[in-house]
Design a protein around this ligand. Structure first.
Ligand SMILES: [Zn+2]
Length: 421
């Protein structure tokens, strides 16, 4: 088998069926199967643990080996659990518990440094990838055929404007067979939405040769959407995108919107009003598509640049809270979306993406390391108070980002760090 990479994507689903009662039954089927899996997980884990103790914690003893063998052949403790039809709960639970058990042993369970897994009631319902058949319906919605004649519709977004095109693109590749599916799981989130943790296997690309540790630093700015430079050879740099271009497009959209608004005010209602409202909506769609497209292009070029210059990593600023809105520019065009696109495309190329603390990246001299808020005289130029180093401010920041080791991992919701610009 060719080597593969694995991506995990979360999908929101709903059960398709015209009959409301049947639909309810199907949701219930999922919940029941999830409950049975939960029972079985805990029973099997208890069984293994108790057999382990009774064999004097000797994994190599005949007694334990015999008990283990018995459990892999058939569950002797599962007599009154009924499984959901078609859900491969037995073999999935067997593998899961055996894996967890051996991990617990490895991590010090025998020494009493770890207690055994206790599976929670809401443990996601595991399903084999091959039980999920992705396809398009007549209206081009993405649907999934699952076991027991259950069909899901994939909800790509709450409204058409925000369709995650990156995700749609990935799902398309599942439908046309380019990507395979691994073991996935279903669960209900806090708002009771049915969710699918989908694990996607895609062929590993010939990994582009990279220079160990080499990093492309990306500064997202107001004048230049993205400025990138290479950590160990900062003269390798490039600008991506053009704010003037964006501003111009944005103004055109605004002018058209204003025109439509005036026309709307002049129509009294009825058909004419409906028509205008529709035009208004489709204009927003167009604008949304324009910005998405723009972000796709820039992110593609940035990742290609990282590849050409043999970067192992891409560093970007971790944007959140107030710095997030500060960096939001030109309405719907957000840095956040651009970052997501870069991350996704880089991952596909085997380039690792890291997020760094954005504090001081724009006030630090990339040459001597001197930090001073006075360092920055104007928006576009950086002049160091100490060594006199003078260069484009975004370029300076991108060098700092490329060389930063102040990584921020995961989402810290309560992190109040603010970008000092
Ligand atoms: Zn300096």
């Amino acid at each position: 088998m060719a080597e593969t990479n694995v991506l995990v994507r979360k999908l929101k689903l709903c059960v398709i069926d015209e009959d409301e009662n049947v639909r309810k039954e199907k949701y219930k089927f999922i919940r029941d199967a999830q409950y049975r899996q939960y029972q079985l997980l805990n029973r099997y884990m208890s069984y293994l643990t108790s057999e382990f103790y009774q064999s004097e914690m000797d994994l190599k003893s005949e007694r334990y080996k015999e008990a283990y063998k018995l459990s892999t052949k058939d569950f002797i403790f599962e007599h009154n659990i009924e499984y959901g039809k078609g859900v491969d709960t037995k073999s999935l639970v067997r593998r899961k518990v055996q894996d967890d058990f051996s991990i617990a042993i490895k991590n010090g369970f025998m020494k009493g440094e770890r207690s055994i897994n206790n599976y929670k009631r809401d443990f996601p319902l595991m399903t084999n990838g091959r039980a999920l058949k992705f396809e398009y319906d007549e209206e081009n919605n993405i649907t999934i055929k699952w076991v027991n004649k259950i069909r899901f519709k994939v909800i790509l977004s709450a409204n058409k404007k925000n369709v995650n095109t990156e995700l749609a693109h990935t799902l398309h590749k599942i439908i046309n067979g380019e990507y395979k599916l691994g073991q996935s799981s279903l669960y209900f989130d806090k708002s009771n939405n049915l969710m699918l943790n989908l694990s996607i296997h895609f062929p590993k690309k010939e990994k582009a040769p990279y220079i160990e540790g080499r990093t492309l630093g990306i500064d997202l700015g107001m004048k230049i959407p993205a400025y990138a430079s290479v950590s160990d050879k900062s003269y390798i740099r490039s600008k991506f995108g053009d704010v003037l271009e964006l501003t111009k497009a944005k103004e055109q959209f605004k002018a058209r919107r204003t025109r439509l608004q005036q026309q709307l005010r002049n129509v009294k209602g009825g058909k004419g009003k409906k028509k205008k409202l529709k035009a208004f909506e489709s204009l927003s769609d167009k604008e949304r598509r324009f910005t998405q497209n723009y972000n796709h292009q820039i992110s593609r070029r940035i990742v290609d640049f990282a590849k050409e210059n043999q970067c192992e990593y891409i560093n970007m600023e971790y944007l959140e809270g107030s710095s997030f809105t500060d960096k939001k520019m030109l309405g719907t065009w957000t840095y956040y979306e651009l970052q997501q696109y870069i991350k996704y495309k880089a991952e596909m190329e085997g380039i690792k993406v890291r997020f760094v603390n954005p504090a001081y990246t724009s006030q630090t001299c990339s040459k001597c390391g001197y930090v001073d808020s006075e360092n920055r005289l104007e928006q576009e130029k950086f002049v160091c108070k100490k060594c006199g180093n003078s260069l484009n401010a975004d370029y300076n920041a991108s060098i700092n980002i490329a060389n930063s080791t102040d990584f921020i991992i995961g989402k810290k919701k309560n992190n109040k760090k603010k970008k000092v610009a």
